[in-house]
Design a protein around this ligand. Structure first.
Ligand code: CTP
Ligand code: MG
Length: 173
């Protein structure tokens, strides 16, 4: 397992997952519609602006990595199809995020309330699945996947505590 290569691989997904918090707002993706007469399909936490921001900034991260690879700032030994991976990871991240909210609403969990598994791992799972066609051989072996799950979990906990201390979030989770 090459940790630097794994971090470069997953970076667009992390960027796509965190930029909606900054740029999101406005029209919800579900147009405020309800699911089979019950609760909201996705809820107000999923907006078109957030979705576009995640797709744009995640994909841009991949393009930037490709440029750094081309100019050999990223060593050739770590070569990946960064451009394709950036797009695939960003689309996967946003789909996984929507799927996570859809499942949370069906479980009766209100918008913004935590779900240990769905909040952090649905985006990671979808991102990894969509990146499969562009993965370098053997990058996502079992140990790498375990590493990414643990890292994503720790980053999620840490970023929420920081956001809480900075006054961006009322609760530290
Ligand atoms: N956000 C957005 N559009 C998205 C994803 C996120 O605008 N597609 C913004 C929203 O302001 C959201 C915040 O980023 O409140 C945090 O995202 P997230 O934690 O995924 O949403 P929650 O509000 O917690 O809603 P849910 O319970 O559905 O996960
Ligand atoms: Mg949340």
């Amino acid at each position: 397992m090459n940790i630097l290569q794994i971090l470069l691989f997953i970076l667009p997904a992390y960027v796509a997952n965190s930029t909606p918090v900054i740029f999101g707002g406005g029209l919800p993706v579900d147009f405020k519609m309800k699911f089979r007469g019950g609760g909201r399909i996705l809820g107000d936490g999923k907006t078109w602006r957030g979705l576009l921001a995640g797709l744009c900034f995640g994909s841009l991260t991949g393009l930037l990595e490709a440029q750094l690879c081309y100019s050999a700032v990223i060593p050739p030994s770590l070569f990946m199809n960064f451009t394709a991976l950036g797009f695939a990871l960003s689309i996967g991240t946003m789909l996984g995020d929507l799927a996570g909210s859809f499942i949370k609403r069906r479980m009766g969990i209100k918008r913004g309330h935590p779900s240990l598994i769905l909040d952090q791992l649905s985006f990671l799972l979808f991102a990894m699945l969509l990146s499969l066609p562009y993965l370098p051989d053997g990058l996502l072996a079992v140990d790498s996947v375990v590493f990414l799950v643990v890292l994503t979990y720790l980053l999620h906990v840490l970023s929420n505590i920081v956001a809480n201390r900075l006054g961006l979030k009322k609760v530290p989770w």
